[in-house]
Design a binder for this molecule. Structure first.
Ligand code: URA
Length: 240
């Protein structure tokens, strides 16, 4: 990769700014001052420093973020009217084309995974991969044994589609609060599944994607990068 591109991506600055710093002699590559913006380097091994400060850590080819989506924010990259999940992180990652790997309804809250790694997103979302998702759902009526049995067998939606088996179990003392685990992703799936039983959903919060749980301490609207272990665990889950 060219040095100016590397620097722009690592520092989140425009390429023109990166060239200025290189021309000013602020940058060293493997300890040697380098004023040529088109210098080719191996981004995985090169030691680049700016004003003597090393750009620590390896060059990260992709970004993977855990976001706690607040209510009212849309799971999309762009929207004409509403704030999107991508808008929430855009300032911190101005040079990345991040997008949500999977959707949550505008009224739903919780774990949204943002990345710019299309292959990874495809793998964890692909219908055949069955990466599970866990939700805490608040119903407008108590969970019934018929709902639980129906979820376990595979609910047939109003339009005739039969869902894969899923789990619905009581969560805490309130009989209207339910933990749901899905193994596929269909538009409005949980609302439609409970709708078959005449139950409405008052609240829906995603707490886990595959083996990775949403950090309890992450306030709505906040995010953090996934650890390497979490990314690897998701990759393993998507391989079955
Ligand atoms: N199922 C729904 O109905 N809504 C969501 O946001 C996620 C799953």
């Amino acid at each position: 990769m060219r040095l100016d591109k590397y620097l722009a991506e690592r520092l989140g600055i425009p390429r023109s700014e990166s060239r200025k710093r290189i021309a000013a002699g602020a940058v060293t590559v493997n300890g040697v001052p380098c004023r040529k913006a088109d210098t080719q380097l191996d981004e995985h091994t090169a030691e680049v420093a700016v004003n003597g400060t090393p750009l620590s850590g390896q060059y990260e080819k992709y970004v993977y973020l855990m976001l706690n989506k607040p209510e009212g924010v849309v799971s999309a990259s762009r929207d004409k009217r509403d704030t999107t999940v991508t808008d929430l992180v855009a300032q911190a990652y101005p040079r990345r084309q991040l997008f949500p790997a999977g959707r949550l309804d505008k009224t739903s809250t919780g774990f949204v995974l943002l990345t710019d790694d299309g292959g990874f997103a495809h793998d964890i979302l692909a219908p055949g991969r069955h990466v599970s998702k866990e939700y805490i759902v608040t119903l407008d009526t108590p969970l019934t044994p018929a709902m639980q049995a129906g979820f376990a067998a595979g609910v047939t939606l109003a339009d005739g589609q039969t869902m894969d088996p899923a789990e619905a179990e009581p969560w805490g003392a309130d009989p209207c609060v339910v933990k749901v685990t899905l193994h596929q992703g269909v538009y409005h799936q949980i609302k439609r599944m409970f709708g078959v039983y005449g139950a409405g959903v008052n609240g829906l919060h995603r707490t886990a994607i595959g083996p990775v749980a949403l950090d309890q301490g992450l306030e709505p609207g906040c995010w953090r990068p996934l650890t390497t272990e979490e990314v690897e665990a998701l990759r393993r889950a998507s391989r079955g």
